[in-house]
Design a protein around this ligand. Structure first.
Ligand code: HEM
Length: 434
């Protein structure tokens, strides 16, 4: 499907274990016990073989921070071209949906190789300037406050994902892009389950439904960019179009094409909300299940930013990412042939002893919590890290101010959507004194 720079290219086959690489026959990040609680298993895997091949996943798994760093900081040897691709081959019916002649987004950010990635990033990062984040901060406070009002008004107990954690990040990134508020519900419906497509193992029927949503979504993005092209506003899309007008030709090494603008809008709206929803839930869940940490935050709300980073380390909303070797190389003493798909296990590295003191403890006063790898590293470092941190901090500040008696509803069980990368509970039930 598609060209080198197109999205969602499923693998034709799964490469065998590199010669000499330890093999794990049964472990997969989709296993039920790992989905329920990855950390004890990730620790055991790292202790056993820091680099090994997972037969279930068809990837070499890298568990130590130093090896993950080496991968992220050598983008020519470890390319990011596969990060949005499905893990397993796609059903023909789903491939057919995305074979529509007008489904033609191009890779522009996380999955675009150099030198184009650097050319495009010059344009994409401008929209995340402090000025725009500041504008969004006021909107964030207003929307988070309004959603929280709604949750409080409907009374204790409440379900936090539907009350705030799902709607807030979507609304923020849609306003950044410039999508009109009246389209929010429709756009959100297309994004649901998109993470299953590239990071899960959906059935053929599910793949078709997701692919249809992606096609609708791409068409919506194209129409929206066309409208903005006619009439600019104060938003990210207009800034990209202005950059395109000023320098439209990518072949000169600095320009940005119209299709690239469309594709950025398509890509960023997903990158910008799903992991944030999970982060908003994970911060609350970590804090409330370590009551003394919640009480410390209530006593000193200036700890909110630190609590967000400790959550990104301790219970990240993104616990892995991928790369593919472009040439024969080695990692942790293991020979890696060109073409090997690499699974970077953040869950393991973020709990690595030697890097973090008592790594399995949640401690919002930890001095080096922000050494976590949850936003990646190097040239593809998360563009939205500042935005995600700001959203999570604002939501926390509001909660400690308005609901200091907040508690997890006892005995609830947490379900995690089966996928290899994103981690947050599907539902989070909270209660408080009224
Ligand atoms: C807790 C929330 C988030 C997490 C954990 C997260 C994590 C990541 C990670 C691990 C990468 C890949 C780094 C690499 O390949 O080296 C990445 C890239 C990216 N993220 Fe995020 N992200 C989050 C929120 C956001 C938000 C809110 C946005 C935008 C509104 C965003 C936009 C992007 C973009 C555009 C890239 C690609 C950057 C590039 O290739 O130049 N992310 N993110």
């Amino acid at each position: 499907m598609g060209t080198q720079n197109s999205y969602h290219q499923a693998p034709d086959s799964v490469a065998a274990a590199p010669p000499g690489c330890p093999v794990h026959q049964t472990w997969s990040p989709l296993n039920e016990d790992y989905l329920a609680d990855p950390y004890p298993i990730a620790n055991a895997l790292r202790n056993e073989h820091p680099v090994f091949y997972s037969a279930e996943l068809g990837h070499v798994v890298v568990t130590k921070m130093s090896d993950i760093d080496a991968v992220f900081t050598n983008p020519n040897v470890f390319a990011s071209t596969n990060v949005q691709d499905p893990i397993y081959p796609l059903a023909d019916e789903a491939t057919a949906v995305l074979g529509a002649p007008d489904f033609n987004p191009v890779a522009v950010m996380s999955n675009r190789p150099e030198p184009d990635h650097a050319r495009i990033r010059v344009h994409t990062r401008k929209g995340f300037s402090n000025r725009r984040l500041k504008t969004l901060e006021d909107y964030m406070k207003e929307r988070a406050g309004a959603l929280l009002d709604g949750m409080i008004a409907s009374g204790s107990p409440a379900e936090y994902v539907s009350a705030l954690a799902f709607p807030l990040p979507a609304e923020i990134v849609f306003r950044l892009i410039g999508f009109p508020e009246e389209d929010d519900a429709m756009i959100k419906s297309w994004c649901v389950n998109r993470r299953a497509f590239s990071w899960g193992k959906p059935t053929a029927q599910e793949q078709v439904a997701i692919a249809e949503g992606m096609l609708d979504y791409w068409r919506y993005c194209r129409d929206f960019v066309a409208r903005r092209n006619e009439e600019r506003a104060d938003d990210y899309t207009s800034e990209l179009l202005n950059a395109h007008d000023a320098d439209p030709d990518p072949s000169n090494g600095t320009g940005i094409s119209y299709r690239e603008v469309e594709s950025i809008v398509y890509g960023i709206s997903f990158a910008g909300h799903d992991p944030v929803t999970a982060l908003l839930c994970n911060t609350i869940r970590c804090l409330l299940s370590h009551r003394e940490q919640w009480d410390a935050l209530c006593a000193d709300p200036s700890l909110a930013a630190a609590a967000v980073d400790e959550t990104l380390r301790f219970e990240s909303s993104q616990i892995s990412w991928r790369r593919v070797a472009t040439e024969d190389t080695s990692l942790g003493g293991i020979e890696i042939p060109a073409g090997t798909r690499i699974f970077l296990n953040f869950a393991s590295a973020n709990h690595e002893p030697g890097l973090f003191e008592q790594p399995d403890q949640f401690d919002i006063t930890r001095a080096n919590a922000n050494r976590h790898i949850s936003f990646g590293k190097g040239i593809h470092f998360c563009l939205g890290a500042g935005l995600a941190r700001m959203e999570a901090r604002i939501a926390l500040e509001l909660l400690v101010e308005r609901l200091p008696s907040l508690r997890l509803v006892p005995d609830q069980t947490y379900e995690f959507f089966p996928n290899i990368t994103f981690r947050g509970p599907d539902a989070l039930h909270l209660e408080w004194d009224e």
